[in-house]
Design a binder for this molecule. Structure first.
Ligand code: ADA
Length: 555
């Protein structure tokens, strides 16, 4: 499954069996050890490759022909794609999807090869040694779709309410691959309502954007308590013939910011959230659907209403689960803790903007996403840094102006952050009682004093990270760091102080589960893990999980 529902009834998917041939590649590109590899999975799941960094090639023979789309939901982290030994694609970044259009392919068997590189090579600006692990492999699903002369590239749905009535702007991007002009009709069903774009001209070898605003008088509002979803079924007709389709899922809801409040359908929400890395014991970042499902159940049971996808876009099935469960998602483009030097990398700008573009284009329809976030703890306190934040926010607002934007700043920037005018929601990561002994109350006082002296004053203020480390099973009554007891004490003060502060919009705990970090981070990261999880990498609950649950359920 690439999603949690069927995406096509008309367009045909070519089955790709999950076991691929796999070779490690030497630095000069020669094939070395051979394995069989499961797709999707991280190659670290193979015990011989648990710490492998470098290149490898996946290969598979596939029978298809004509026009086709090869869709990769995620390859970690650099991919070179070849069909019959000819390069047909390249993509950088583990966490966004990309597709490759294959035209006029002779019917028959073809050799598909994907070279994957997870090294911190010199072209890589975003995947760098960091406080999480850059795994290797084809880590999210692949689909091969046979298409005709025309296909629906995407449909975008932006709902808004006026005078108690629901409307939606619907955009559909169509592609005509033929050398002739075509006359088509696109019909879109949203629940029982059907709307259409009739007799539209598609110029040859081009993309055409259809766009209109429609009224949905009978729509039921998507709320967190009753997350009502609608299938959005688009069908493309060439005269009477159905030539392509695309099924997505949407919800009617609105997110706004009013003064210091975050509003969901006009009602103030207080965020009680967790930061979550895509990382699970031996599965690495390629979580099986069962593990994703379990995470969502554990997060719901905690009484949380929000997940921040720190620090990159997530597997779309996680977003599907959040949509179904009414869990708000802060989806973040990829970047963590980059210095100015790292942000001046020759590829930083392009790789960041590509990541934002791919994230928004493929995830815009998820009703659960309520914030687009960027550049966690980067240099928002220098003029150069500010120019990067400004450019990225500008791109987001151009692609989707319907959602608030934010970024997680850090304690060290209290007094110097230059970017608070650029956001709709001001967010700070703070670590009182972990990295320093200031009380939570005093830390919040200092933070608010600073924010109120900037153009961030009067905006919602969210604590996007706070937490403390604990090694699962390390129990001791001395209240020292790394014990489960101390983590519980710290989180109790952190979470209750924030949730009792009416000037704040809520808290997103760092973090839901422990995660593996890059080996360069061993110092301060026992077991080479970031141990601030409420649960460990196997999802075994620490004392703090139960305490936070008690607190979340009482607010
Ligand atoms: C930062 C960062 C996280 C993590 C955390 C920590 O705030 O955003 O990725 O590194 O600190 O554990 O210190």
């Amino acid at each position: 499954y690439t999603r949690l529902f069927q995406n096509h009834m008309v367009r045909r998917e070519v089955p790709l069996d999950p076991i691929w041939d796999f070779h490690i590649l030497s630095s000069s590109g020669e094939k070395q050890e051979e394995y069989k590899m499961l797709v999707p999975s991280c190659w670290e799941s193979n015990p011989n490759l648990a710490s492998y960094k470098g290149k490898a090639v996946y290969s598979k023979r596939v029978t298809f022909g004509g026009n086709a789309r090869l869709v990769f939901k995620g390859v970690s982290h650099t991919a070179y794609v070849y069909l019959d030994k000819k390069q047909v694609g390249y993509h950088y970044n583990a966490y966004t999807e990309f597709d490759i259009l294959l035209q006029d392919i002779p019917h028959g068997e073809h050799l598909l090869e994907v070279i994957v590189d997870n090294s911190f090579h010199e072209e890589s600006a975003l995947h760098v040694s960091n406080d999480y692990h850059s795994y290797g492999g084809i880590t999210r699903p692949i689909v091969l779709e046979e298409i005709g002369e025309m296909f629906i590239k995407n449909t975008h749905f932006i709902p808004n309410q006026e005078d108690g009535k629901w409307y939606a702007s619907i955009r559909a991007l169509l592609r005509n691959l033929s050398n002739e002009k075509k006359l088509v009709t696109l019909k879109i069903k949203v629940g029982d309502d059907e709307i259409s774009f009739v007799d539209k001209v598609l110029p040859p070898n081009a993309e055409t954007l259809l766009e209109n605003r429609f009224e949905f008088p009978a729509a039921t509002t998507y709320t967190l308590e009753n997350p009502k979803l609608y299938m959005l079924e688009a069908k493309l007709f060439d005269k009477e013939k159905e030539v392509d389709d695309l099924i997505d899922r949407v919800g009617f809801r609105e997110v706004k910011v009013n003064g210091k409040d975050i509003l969901f359908n006009g009602e103030k929400v207080i965020i009680k959230g967790v930061n979550r890395h895509e990382d699970y014991a031996e599965f690495g970042c390629a979580l099986p659907i069962e593990a994703m499902y379990r995470d969502i159940e554990m997060i719901k049971s905690l009484g949380a209403n929000c997940i921040r996808t720190s620090h990159y876009p997530n597997d779309e099935r996680v977003l599907d689960l959040c949509d179904e469960n009414g869990i708000l998602v802060w989806e973040e483009s990829h970047a963590r803790g980059l210095s100015e030097e790292q942000m001046r990398h020759k590829n930083f700008e392009k790789q960041s903007l590509d990541c934002i573009k791919e994230m928004i284009e493929s995830h815009i329809n998820h009703p659960s996403i309520y914030v687009w976030g960027i550049l966690n703890e980067c240099v928002s306190n220098t003029e150069f840094g500010r120019s990067c934040y400004a450019k990225q926010f500008e791109l987001i607002k151009h692609l989707d102006s319907s959602r608030p934007v934010s970024f997680a700043s850090l304690e060290a920037h209290i007094g110097s952050d230059l970017c608070l005018d650029l956001v709709d929601i001001v967010s700070f990561n703070i670590y009182p009682r972990w990295y320093h002994e200031t009380s939570v109350k005093d830390s919040l006082y200092n933070l608010k004093k600073f924010v109120n002296s900037t153009s961030g004053a009067g905006k919602p203020l969210l604590i996007s990270e706070i937490g403390a480390g604990a090694i699962y099973g390390y129990r001791n009554n001395n209240q020292e760091k790394w014990t489960e007891e101390y983590q519980k004490t710290a989180l109790t003060e952190q979470v209750t102080t924030i949730l009792s502060d009416e000037e704040l919009s809520g808290v997103i705990i760092w973090q839901y589960a422990d995660c593996r970090v890059d080996k360069g981070w061993f110092h301060g990261r026992p077991k080479s893990q970031n141990n601030k999880g409420l649960v460990d990498t196997y999802r075994r609950e620490k004392l703090a999980y139960h305490k936070v649950k008690e607190i979340f359920l009482s607010y």
